[in-house]
Design a protein around this ligand. Structure first.
Ligand code: NOJ
Ligand code: CA
Length: 555
C-alpha cells in the first residue's frame, strides 16, 4: 500500500463559534483561532478541521452558505483566513474547511434568482416542483423533523430541502451545478488548504421518487416519512463523487473526509483504493445510542454492542483496503463521556480510556475541541438551547405524545448544543471564552474543567492526550499505530482489546470499559503507556482496574 500524507495525520476539529472570542461580541472568531494556534500545535495534531466560516445567515450555524468564496464578517475577513492558513502551515498544520454542497442557504444569490424568475437558469440549480392543488408533491420529512417541501409564497412552486427550509438542496443532476462546485473547490485548494470535510455528501443524488407526486407510507403520526431512504446513497451517486474527485481533490493531493453514513456495499466507492475520498466518518459507534431505535427513546446499548460496532467498522474498512476517520465527538454529537460512561464514573480515568481508544484505532483520528480536556454535556433549559433542530424536534416530540419533561431529558442527553458550549480556557469569567455575553451557555463546570489548570497539571487529561499523540506521531511505535493491521482480541466482559501489527511488530491495546476490575488472560508484556498506575500481572493474567487503559509492546 502506498502511504499518503493524511494517513499519519491527527485532526482537531474547531467549532469556530465556540472556540475563542477576541472582539467581545460573544462569538468565537478567526482571531481566536490564530491566538490559540500554539495551543493546538502543542497537542501534537497536524490537521485542523474548521466548521464553516463562509458567509451565511447562520440559520444552521454556517451550514447554510450564502457565499462560498467569502468569510462571514462574524468570524473575520478573507485576509485573516489566508493568514490563518499560512500561520498554521508554519506550524506544520494543514487546514480543512467544511464543504457544504448538498444545499446552499436560501439567501444564496442563485436561490434568490431562482425564486425571482422561474425561467432563470438558476431555477434548475435547485429542486423545484409544481402542484396544482395547494399540496406539496409528497409527504417526505427532512432530517430536522419538518416537511421536506416548502412552498414559494404566492405560487404553486415547491422546493425540496433535506434539512431546514432555509437550506434548499442543489440539483446535482445539473452539470452546471457540478461545474460551479468544482471551480469553487479548486479556488480554495489553490490557496493552500489541506482539503475538506464534506458535509451531508451521501444526500446529493435523489431518487426520482423523492421528487415525484405521491403519498408514501407514513412512519410518523403526522403522516410524514423520513426522506432518507430516497435521498441518501442513491444508485449513481458514485459517478458524481468520482467526477468531483477527479476535477479537484486528486490533482491537489487533498485530504478529504466525507460525512457519509454509507452502506457496506457502497463504501468502496467512497474510500476504497480508487475511492473518491481519503476517508469517511463512520456513525455506527457514535450513534450507537440512537441507532435503530425509535426517535426520543432511551438508549439501550452495552459495551459488547459498542465493541462489536467498533470492530466491525475497523475490519470492514480494512477489508476493502479503505481508510477511516475514527471519532467519538463532533459538533452534532453529545460529549462522549456522557454517552459511553455512567455519570458517576465520569472523570480522569474514563476520559483517558476513551482517548486511548480514539488514538489507537486504525485511521485518521479526529479530536473535537474540548474533548482533550474531558469536557462534558451541559444541562440546559429549553430556552437556553440555540439549535434549530432542538426546537423542531421538540415540536415533533410533543405532537407524537412525549411529555415536555421527556423531551428536555432527551435534549440534555442528545442535543447538539451539548458539544457546542464555549471552550473552557480558564476559571475566569465565561471560562475565558469571551469578555462579552457568550452566544451559548458556558458549562458551569468550567471552574474545575479548563485548559489553564490542565496545562499546569502533569496528571491531567490534556497531558495524557499529549503523551498519546507523541506515541502515535513521534515514537518507535508510530508506524505500528498508524499503518498497523487491526486485529480484535477475544474479549470478555467490559474489555475492549485489540492488536495493531506492522512489519511483524505488534502493539496490544487493552481497555477496561467498565467500573469493575477484570482479569484478562495475557502473558506479561512491556508497558508503553498506561493511563494510571502500572498493570498488575500474576499467573498469566493481567488485572485491569476500572477504566484502566494500556498500550503494550508485544514481545
Ligand atoms: C451535518 C452537519 O454536521 C450539521 O451540523 C448540519 O446541520 C447538517 N449536516 C446540514 O448541513
Ligand atoms: Ca467575536
Amino acid at each position: 500500500m502506498q502511504k499518503k500524507w493524511w494517513q499519519s495525520a491527527i485532526a482537531y476539529q474547531i467549532y469556530p463559534k465556540s472556540f475563542l472570542d477576541t472582539n467581545g461580541d460573544g462569538i468565537g472568531d478567526l482571531g481566536g483561532i490564530l491566538q490559540k494556534l500554539d495551543y493546538i500545535a502543542s497537542l501534537g495534531v497536524n490537521v485542523i478541521w474548521l466548521s464553516p466560516v463562509f458567509q451565511s445567515p447562520m440559520v444552521d450555524n454556517g451550514y447554510d452558505i450564502s457565499d462560498y468564496r467569502h468569510i462571514d464578517p462574524m468570524f473575520g475577513t478573507d485576509e485573516e483566513m489566508e493568514y490563518l492558513i499560512e500561520q498554521a502551515d508554519k506550524r506544520g498544520i494543514k487546514i480543512l474547511m467544511d464543504l457544504v454542497v448538498n444545499h446552499t442557504s436560501d439567501q444564496h444569490p442563485w436561490f434568490q434568482e431562482a425564486l425571482r424568475d422561474p425561467h432563470s437558469k438558476y431555477a434548475d440549480y435547485y429542486l423545484f416542483r409544481e402542484t396544482d392543488d395547494g399540496n406539496p408533491p409528497n409527504n417526505l420529512r427532512n432530517y430536522f423533523s419538518t416537511p421536506a417541501w416548502t412552498r414559494v409564497p404566492h405560487t404553486n412552486r415547491w422546493y425540496f430541502h433535506a434539512f431546514a427550509p432555509e437550506q434548499p438542496d442543489l440539483n446535482w443532476d445539473n452539470p452546471a451545478v457540478r461545474k460551479e462546485i468544482a471551480d469553487m473547490v479548486n479556488w480554495w485548494l489553490d490557496k493552500g488548504l489541506g482539503g475538506f470535510r464534506i458535509d451531508a455528501i451521501s444526500n446529493i443524488k435523489k431518487s426520482p421518487l423523492a421528487l415525484s407526486r405521491q403519498t408514501f407510507e407514513a412512519d410518523a403520526p403526522d403522516g410524514t416519512v423520513l426522506a432518507k431512504d430516497w435521498v441518501a446513497n442513491q444508485p449513481g451517486i458514485e459517478v458524481f463523487l468520482e467526477e468531483l474527485a477527479a476535477r479537484t481533490f486528486r490533482p491537489h493531493n487533498s485530504m478529504t473526509v466525507a460525512e457519509a453514513d454509507v452502506p457496506p456495499e457502497l463504501l468502496e466507492a467512497f474510500i476504497g483504493p480508487e475511492g473518491a475520498f481519503s476517508m469517511t466518518f463512520d456513525f455506527t459507534y457514535a450513534d450507537i445510542d440512537i441507532r435503530d431505535i425509535p426517535p426520543y427513546a432511551a438508549p439501550t446499548f452495552t459495551v459488547a454492542d459498542l465493541r462489536a460496532a467498533i470492530f466491525h467498522s475497523q475490519l470492514h474498512a480494512q477489508k476493502i483496503g479503505g481508510w477511516s476517520a475514527p471519532f467519538l465527538e463532533n459538533h452534532d454529537q453529545p460529549r462522549s463521556l456522557d454517552k459511553y460512561i455512567p455519570q458517576n464514573d465520569i472523570g480522569y480515568a474514563s476520559a483517558t480510556m476513551l482517548a486511548t481508544l480514539l488514538l489507537t484505532l486504525k485511521g485518521t483520528p479526529f479530536i473535537y475541541q474540548g474533548e482533550e480536556l474531558g469536557m462534558t454535556n451541559c444541562p440546559m433549559t429549553l430556552d437556553e438551547y440555540d439549535d434549530l433542530s432542538v426546537y423542531a424536534q421538540n415540536e415533533q416530540g410533543l405532537k407524537w405524545g412525549f411529555s415536555a419533561e421527556w423531551m428536555l431529558a432527551y435534549f440534555n442527553r442528545r442535543s447538539r448544543d451539548n458539544a457546542r458550549t464555549p471552550f473552557q480556557w480558564n476559571s475566569g469569567p465565561n471560562a475565558g471564552f469571551t469578555t462579552g455575553k457568550p452566544w451559548l451557555k458556558v458549562n458551569p463546570n468550567y471552574t474545575k474543567i479548563n485548559a489553564k489548570q490542565q496545562i499546569d497539571d502533569p496528571a491531567s487529561v490534556l497531558n495524557f492526550y499529549k503523551r498519546l499523540l507523541a506515541l502515535r506521531r513521534g515514537s518507535t511505535v508510530s508506524d505500528i499505530l498508524t499503518y498497523g493491521n487491526f486485529e480484535p482480541l477475544d474479549c470478555i466482559g467490559n474489555i475492549i482489546a485489540y492488536r495493531r501489527t506492522y512489519e511483524n511488530h505488534s502493539v496490544l491495546i487493552l481497555l477496561n470499559f467498565g467500573g469493575k476490575p477484570v482479569d484478562f488472560k495475557l502473558p506479561q508484556q512491556k508497558e508503553l503507556l498506561v493511563n494510571f498506575d502500572s498493570l498488575e500481572w500474576h499467573d498469566g493474567l493481567v488485572t485491569l482496574m476500572p477504566y484502566q487503559a494500556a498500550l503494550l509492546d508485544e514481545a
